[in-house]
Design a protein around this ligand. Structure first.
Ligand code: DCM
Length: 131
């Protein structure tokens, strides 16, 4: 059996808010919100892949803080893994794959239409932050 392709995504946090990104493609996912990230290339380290994706998609330098426990199935053959992250440089802009970004405060987390597969990941991010 071949290993699933890993998709890495970031829970980027600043001043208690979480960054959500609205997808502009493909059509079946457009308009839904996600934790920004993307596919790990063959042979690529997942953490490096995530830093690369955040630079390409949002134009930022980011530092990964900690892995969020868990792994979530996406479409067949793909799994999602998430890291908490913080901004090192730049301001996020929707350069690729997204048409809107939003910093969500604690009361706003469920105000956007997250991709179904991102919902358990966002819940795990919140759970990992409980004292
Ligand atoms: N994906 C997802 N949730 C995320 C990031 C990505 O479900 N937080 C999915 C969307 C695509 C695949 O992973 O089917 C690859 O993402 P991308 O097109 O951004 O490389």
């Amino acid at each position: 059996m071949t290993e699933p392709t890993v998709v890495v995504a970031a829970a980027l946090q600043e001043s208690g808010r979480l960054l959500a990104a609205r997808r502009s493609a493909p059509p079946e996912l457009a308009g839904r919100w996600e934790l920004p990230g993307g596919k790990v290339e063959p042979g690529e380290d997942p953490k490096r892949a995530l830093v690369r994706e955040l630079r390409e998609e949002l134009g930022i330098g980011a530092e990964l803080v900690a892995p969020v426990p868990g792994e979530w199935p996406l479409k067949p053959g793909y799994v999602l893994r998430v890291w908490t992250a913080r901004l090192l440089s730049g301001r996020p802009r929707p350069l690729e794959d997204h048409d809107e970004l939003r910093w969500l405060g604690p009361d706003e987390i469920w105000s956007v239409d997250w991709l179904d597969q991102d919902v358990p990941a966002v819940k795990a991010v919140l759970a990992a932050q409980q004292p």
